[in-house]
Write a new protein. Structure first.
Length: 145
């Protein structure tokens, strides 16, 4: 039976030409782009599992953040611990903070979806998570628009 580390490493793609490249998760992904891995019957985010394998335990209440801003990356050299506030500050500093939506933007998102735009492209364009686009698409958020 494979160890958790062997299972994790079997699902990553590394570019052999770069020493410190992202280790891109190639298996199941969360709608926001994070890798998913089942450990002891529980689904966990792959980057958190990687952190625990290579760097140690994650104290309660802390996030595992990415220096590379690639949610599918599980390279422990790209991961660091921080609070939710630290993670949000890092996002804002790097220009990745979510844009506040309004009714007009949501209408634009819905129009784009009806014209075949991809969830990922809309999330990037409107600076929101792909899961927010899914919620809008299925009327779980912004129902009245």
């Amino acid at each position: 039976m494979a160890t958790i580390q062997e299972r994790l490493e079997s699902k990553v793609v590394k570019d052999p030409n770069y020493i410190d490249c992202c280790w891109v998760w190639s298996a199941s992904l969360h709608p926001e782009g994070y890798g998913r891995l089942s450990v002891d019957g529980k689904t966990q985010k792959a980057h958190r599992v990687s952190y625990e394998i290579y760097k140690g335990s994650i104290p309660d209440g802390l996030c595992v953040c990415h220096t590379c801003d690639n949610p599918a990356c599980v390279n422990p050299n790209h991961l660091f611990l921080g609070t939710v506030a630290d993670n949000n500050a890092d996002k804002a500093e790097k220009g990745r903070a979510a844009k506040k939506l309004n009714a007009n933007l949501v209408k634009d998102i819905k129009d784009s979806l009806s014209n075949g735009a991809s969830l990922k492209s809309l999330a990037k364009l409107f600076q929101v998570s792909p899961s927010m686009i899914v919620k809008i698409k299925h009327n779980r958020s912004w129902k009245g628009v």
